[in-house]
Write a protein that binds this ligand. Structure first.
Ligand code: AMP
Length: 284
């Protein structure tokens, strides 16, 4: 695997690969890789001739300076993991390489960014859209791989690809979880042992809500989720929403819905975690 730090160097490689008729799969990440990332990388290696992974902790998508500073950075270990799954190129640029000037670009995603992560992390999706656009231009992938763990991010990137006519296929894979249900996340590395024991409560709350969906009104389910998480004073719920699985707009009731998404964000100690679950209401 080749490690590339310069935009121009990667562009030259991509140009040669595309001239040679190679199909390129791309997995953008912020590093501190885990099985959730590796699933995407394996899929890319299976489905394309060449796999490119980027590891870039993107400053413009952090609305909290300490979250950016404390984000886990484990490049040496990431390189070993990438080699083990057959990645061909790691793009690991510096912040200066990606942003030679301060970015002033503004995106707007309408209703999609008015809720949940968009509402609670001002500027977050603007930073995501900026870096994803840049990376798509640099890597020029045929296929780009994302995780359902960041459900709203997938919807934003889908809208971006459509609105800007990026010539690529988006692929989304399900959330990979630890044995106790906790969604894998690079931020889990920041949890203390005690907090790590508590963190699966987010998933438990989603499971409880899913099993109550056909029995109870949404408002009741929401207050039960809040009550469950209130039992621990290390957990602070930021939001729990039941939304349309496509538009991600919050629902007042589920009648007539085919598929809904249950979405949660909570602080466990100082660490902000998110999770979600898709529920198909037409099944069974
Ligand atoms: P990140 O490094 O957290 O920015 O994530 C890079 C990509 O991996 C994103 O598309 C995420 O949605 C995806 N990802 C992160 N965690 C998981 C997980 N537990 N399961 C599936 N995909 C994930």
């Amino acid at each position: 695997m080749e490690v590339i730090e310069q935009v121009e160097a990667l562009k030259a490689i991509v140009k040669a690969l595309r001239c040679g008729g190679k199909r390129i799969g791309f997995v953008p990440t912020m590093g501190a890789l885990h099985e959730g990332h590796l699933q995407l990388l394996r899929a890319s290696a299976r489905e394309n001739d060449i796999t490119v992974c980027s590891v870039f902790v993107n400053p413009t998508q952090f609305n909290n300076a300490s979250d950016y500073k404390l984000y886990p950075r484990t490049l040496e270990q990431d390189i070993r993991l990438l080699q083990s799954v057959g990645c061909d190129y790691l793009f690991a640029p510096s912040a200066e390489e990606i942003y030679p000037q301060q970015s002033v670009l503004q995106f707007s995603f309408g209703a999609l960014e008015a809720v949940m992560e968009g509402e609670h992390r001002p500027g977050h999706f603007n930073g995501v859209a900026t870096v994803v656009s840049k990376l798509f231009h640099i890597v020029q992938p045929h296929k780009a791989y994302f995780g359902q763990k960041d459900l709203q991010q997938v919807a934003i990137v889908r809208q971006l690809v459509q609105a800007l006519s990026f010539d690529l296929e988006l692929v989304c894979y399900p959330t990979v979880r630890e044995a106790d249900g906790l969604a894998m996340s690079s931020r889990n590395k920041r949890l203390s042992e005690a907090q790590r024991q508590l963190a699966p409560q987010l998933y438990q709350a989603l499971q409880m809500a899913a099993s109550d969906l056909n029995e109870k009104p949404i408002e009741t389910i929401k207050s039960e989720v809040a009550q469950l998480l209130q039992q621990s004073n290390e957990i602070r719920l930021e939001y729990f929403e039941i939304v349309d699985a496509t538009t991600l707009q919050p629902l007042q009731d589920i009648s007539g819905q085919e598929e809904v998404a249950l979405c949660i964000a909570a602080f466990v100690g100082e660490v902000r975690l998110i999770d979600n679950m898709l529920v198909n209401l037409k099944e069974g």
